[in-house]
Write a protein that binds this ligand. Structure first.
Ligand code: FE2
Ligand code: FE2
Length: 308
């Protein structure tokens, strides 16, 4: 039996999430931390040492930042232990992208072991998707690879919202066996009357995330890519395609497994069988990226891959 949501009459799933989120934010305001960090990041006069200072004050963000920096993906030869070292090694833009993602993942910290396990799984999938999205972006010549990284890191932030505000209902949903992400959303809608795309849209608005990131959060599922404004914003269409490709790749080739880590390049070499599916995504993403220069309409007629 799927869990039924207890809610006052006439309150839709998303409205309930909105109300609970407002309560949670009053107690543990992640948005305040994020706003403070973004202010430093956006200030053109701020330096790498200002960034290092603001991050170092927050243990959780520092821990997550260092875990990303020391992951196999970045391949840093010696272990990075302080933020200033991370900034010096990876550069401001990369650290900026990681910090936004790591700060967002402060949401919904919990002592419940089941919730903690789910959060960890979401974080690892998000890191994998970020690494894949950046790798796909670089391969296809998409100029804003760090943007693709942070979009990948945040694409499923709606899952974290649902886990934070409705843990009892959402943990069983996350434990359901599914074949495709579309099926996950089906279970979400049945149990919560909303899904992680809509919940992600709520938090993105609340945190005033840039519009392009918001759109990736609310539109990273479904195929072919149909954006109402894709004609006028091809850059956005390309970014979404890159993140969808990164998401599919991270499902097929997780980079974190049983405590071990790998990189997209190694994962591709060891899973040639499924290359075809990834190629379908890469083709569409590549087509959209190319259309940026060729002034091509580029959002219709894609063949549907098996996994989204
Ligand atoms: Fe998703
Ligand atoms: Fe995902």
């Amino acid at each position: 039996m799927r869990p039924a949501i207890q809610q006052p009459q006439d309150v839709t799933g998303l409205e309930l999430v909105r109300r609970k989120l407002a309560q949670t934010e009053r107690i543990r305001p992640v948005s305040a931390v994020l706003t403070r960090t973004l202010r430093v990041l956006e200030d053109p006069r701020s330096s790498a040492s200002d960034l290092a200072k603001v991050i170092s004050e927050d243990e959780v963000v520092t821990g997550k930042l260092l875990s990303v920096v020391n992951s196999a993906f970045y391949g840093v030869s010696r272990r990075v232990t302080v933020v200033s070292q991370a900034v010096a090694l990876l550069g401001y833009q990369t650290v900026r992208a990681i910090v936004i993602g790591a700060t967002a993942f402060r949401m919904g910290e919990s002592r419940d072991p089941e919730v903690r396990a789910c959060r960890e799984e979401i974080w690892q999938h998000s890191m994998d998707c970020a690494a894949w999205s950046k790798s796909v972006a670089t391969k296809l010549g998409y100029r804003f690879a760090e943007e693709a990284f942070v979009a990948g890191l945040l694409h499923d932030i709606g899952k974290l919202v649902l886990l934070t505000v409705l843990p009892e209902q959402y943990v069983p949903v996350l434990h359901q066996e599914v074949n495709t992400p579309d099926e996950t959303m089906e279970f979400e809608r049945q149990a919560l009357q909303t899904d992680h795309l809509a919940a992600g849209g709520l938090i993105a608005e609340r945190w005033s995330l840039p519009m392009r990131l918001r759109t990736c959060i609310t539109q990273h599922h479904g195929w072919p890519i149909e954006l109402p404004d894709a004609q006028s914003d091809k850059l956005l269409g390309a970014l979404i395609a890159v993140v969808r490709c990164g998401n599919a790749a991270s499902r097929l080739y997780p980079l974190h497994h049983d405590g071990a880590q790998t990189t997209p390049a190694v994962a591709l070499r060891t899973h040639e069988m499924e290359q075809e599916i990834l190629t379908a995504f890469a083709e569409e993403a590549g087509r959209l990226v190319k259309s940026l220069d060729a002034n091509h309409d580029g959002v219709t007629g894609a063949r549907r891959p098996h996994v989204v």
